[in-house]
Design a protein. Sequence first.
Lengths: 150, 115
Amino acid sequence: MTTTTDRIEKQIVLRATPARVWRALSDAREFGTWFGARFDDDFAPGKEARGKITYQGQELTILFVVERMEPERLLAFRWHPYAIDPAVDYSSEPMTLVELVLIAVPEGTRLTVTETGFDQIPIARRAKAFEMNAGGWAHQLENIARHVHA
Amino acid sequence: MFTRSVAAASKHGAPVFAALGDETRLRIVARLSDQGPMSIVRLTEGESMTRQAITKHLAVLADAGLVRDVRRGRERLWALEPSPLAVARRYLDLVSERWDTALGRLAALVETDDE
């Protein structure tokens, strides 16, 4: 079932050919440069690829499970979004599915990104991601209160 | 440059950030945070606005999952809602922002070479 909190979709028109965009998606090193990770492994359908991200001065390992690669058309992988708490073993938790779809358009390439499966992630984990990112919901409200009272 | 090409295609309701992008609504959230649930009458007292205008602002906040109305006896009160739904929606905003940033870097990468 698709709910309003399960899925996001993003679209961007890139002024580059599908071939060029495909290289930036399918080559793990190029992918890493814009995604913000350094991959040790190549992407291949059905294979895992591990990468490193730096978060608040700590180096963390991220895992992609590449599902499908259709040149100049589709890259699909699963991962654990916001798996940024080094104290947590995320391996037993559900992964979200990311699909990057390319379509040639007169301006270049339209890239559509969908990420689904957020509702399978425990709500406490989702709250934690926010907490780590911005200091927590309560903290956020305190900031707002301070801002308004200032 | 990046914003021109990114459609804000988030599928959930009014994003939290947009809901809070208004001084009156920020003030409402702050007052509910400081003083707890209150009626629309009390909320309107502190504002130089009609009750109808405050009601519209509350509707925007409610749509973003930030506040909800609760019944206390015969009274209808408005309260902050740090509910699972609010968390879930806010989480999507975070993920969405992360993609915006990454796609901006992707555009910079593929649009500046191979020309």
